[in-house]
Design a protein around this ligand. Structure first.
Ligand code: CA
Ligand code: CA
Ligand code: CA
Length: 219
């Protein structure tokens, strides 16, 4: 009887640990098994080409490169008046337990491009995004953060949700609420929009290990 009790306590401990870890990290895509970009599905728009590619060779001890595994997503694009195009994926997740997004970015030098990261925050509770003619969500908040990619090789960046700013005031409720309370779809989708380093320039970079994460020092 005694042994059984200890065992039960141990199982409870393990279960608690597992649940806790699951709350802390949600992988959106690591591109290891998503050659055709269908699961999850990635869409693209305007002047970018995307493909899952083999990761470049790396020096032993490069932990970010090691974590990137065999494959990542490469994005190339050419600009018309700075703007190239973008990519996105539907998440439809309650992200209220996470504090931000994390991803690894492979740059090809100082002029790799700029990434505008967009988080779509369902406020209407429609579980999809309805846009106006300018592709601005009509009833939901659209939060954005811009990352310049000016390095060579892999780098992991973490962007707390609190660093994202509202791009479309007075459409949604103006509050960063990625929860699924009251029928909301939560964090509906993530998009990356690419801007060239010059007016008619080009962008080239890879992304990998896109995750929602919880960092303890963040609220
Ligand atoms: Ca990978
Ligand atoms: Ca919301
Ligand atoms: Ca909101």
């Amino acid at each position: 009887m005694m042994k059984k009790g200890v065992f039960a306590a141990l199982v409870t401990c393990l279960l608690t640990a597992t649940v806790f870890a699951a709350i802390g990290v949600k992988i959106v895509d690591n591109f290891e098994k998503n050659q055709d970009l269908k699961n999850p599905e990635w869409w693209k728009f305007d002047n970018v080409t995307v493909s899952v590619v083999k990761n470049p060779a790396y020096r032993a001890g490069d932990r970010v490169a090691q974590a990137a595994g065999k494959y990542s997503m490469n994005i190339k694009g050419s600009a018309k008046d700075w703007y190239c195009g973008g990519i996105g994926t539907y998440t439809g997740v309650d992200a209220s337990s996470y504090t931000g997004i994390e991803l690894s970015i492979y740059g090809y030098g100082p002029a790799s491009g700029r990434m505008k990261m967009e988080l779509y925050d369902d406020d209407k509770g429609a579980w999809n995004t309805v846009y106006d003619k300018e592709w601005i969500p009509v009833k939901d908040d659209l939060w954005a953060f811009e990352q310049v990619v000016d390095w060579r090789g892999w780098k992991t960046v973490y962007i707390p949700f609190s660093s994202f700013t509202l791009t479309n005031p007075k459409r949604g409720d103006g509050v960063r609420n990625f929860d699924q309370n009251k029928g909301s779809g939560g964090l509906l989708q993530i998009q990356f929009v690419f801007i060239a380093p010059s007016k008619d320039g080009e962008i080239n970079l890879n992304i990998d290990n896109l995750k929602l994460v919880t960092r303890e020092d963040e609220e």
